[in-house]
Design a protein around this ligand. Structure first.
Ligand code: IPE
Ligand code: IPE
Ligand code: MG
Length: 264
């Protein structure tokens, strides 16, 4: 007897595939060290994993992918490493943007970009403008980004609105506050992955990940290929998101738990 192909209902796909995946791409330095290579060789190799994550996200129907490329704390690294990371960012923009555009990927950079060299800021703006109308995948690269910085800049802008008399502080609620964060128009991350073995958030999207499912893997970022990402997505698919409710409530609920919490 032939085995029937399991039927995947659209509603299953909906809740089993995260709409928004956020990844801390960690472990490049250790990958290089294991091979007696300079740390920067690990960063170069890591670009391949970025490509793999983008392509697999498109294949699996992930709508938003947010990648942590450079934290507000990474300026503390040796000047030479910071310089190479900036150059790599420049060359990745130069080499990858056309391909992203062809694949209908919209690129956005989140973080305090004013600290970057002018040329890099210019190239970022060009890439964002070129891909602005694309709708297949929203790719956000977090560069000079910090979760606390994000919350702080929102608070500062809200305070300025209040001072100018345009906003009554009593009107500030979670939804309004979130409108001032870095990606107000996109859903919050459902799935938060960190490669490289550390189990910490390192100041990545803090407010927006309040209810994200966490996934930590020892795999170093340059080794995190389509298959490794696929395993992570499969792990997500087996989880039950409760958002404060009981498991029984979720099982009998017809609406996807995502739609109860997610904004946008
Ligand atoms: C992540 O890899 C890349 C950046 C922070 C830019 P690391 O460079 O932190 O690699 P490890 O943690 O030292 O192995
Ligand atoms: C977090 O990794 C930042 C990025 C991956 C861009 P780090 O390697 O800088 O984090 P810590 O310092 O070990 O927490
Ligand atoms: Mg690290």
């Amino acid at each position: 007897m032939e085995t029937a192909t399991p039927v995947v209902l659209p509603s299953d796909v909906d809740h089993r595939t995260p709409k928004h995946v956020a990844i801390i791409m960690d472990g490049n330095g250790r990958w290089a060290k294991q091979r007696s290579l300079p740390r920067t060789a690990g960063h170069r190799e890591g670009v391949k994993s970025v490509r793999a994550a983008v392509e697999e996200s498109v294949r699996r129907g992930v709508q938003i992918l947010t990648l942590f490329a450079f934290s507000s704390e990474n300026w503390r690294r040796p000047r030479s490493e910071v310089n190479i990371l900036m150059e790599l960012f420049m060359s990745a923009l130069r080499n990858e943007v056309r391909r992203l555009h062809e694949n209908q990927v919209r690129l956005r950079v989140i973080g305090e970009r004013g600290a970057f060299p002018e040329k890099l800021q210019h190239r970022i703006a060009e890439a964002e403008a070129l891909t602005a109308e694309n709708g297949r995948l929203n790719l956000q690269v977090a560069a000079n980004y910090g979760g606390r910085w994000d919350i702080m800049q929102a608070a500062r802008r809200l305070a300025a609105e209040a001072r100018a008399g345009r906003l009554d502080p009593d009107r500030i609620d979670e939804a309004l506050f979130a409108d001032y964060l870095s990606f107000p128009d996109l859903l919050e991350p459902d799935f938060f992955i960190r490669t490289g073995g550390e189990q910490r958030l390192s100041n990545f999207v803090l407010w927006q990940s309040a209810y994200a499912e966490l996934y930590f893997t020892d795999t170093l970022w340059p080794d995190f290929d389509e298959a490794a990402y696929g395993l992570a997505l499969d792990d997500y698919a087996r989880r039950q998101r409760r958002f404060g409710r009981t498991g029984d409530q979720v099982e009998t609920e017809t609406m996807s738990p995502l739609s109860l919490y997610a904004r946008g």
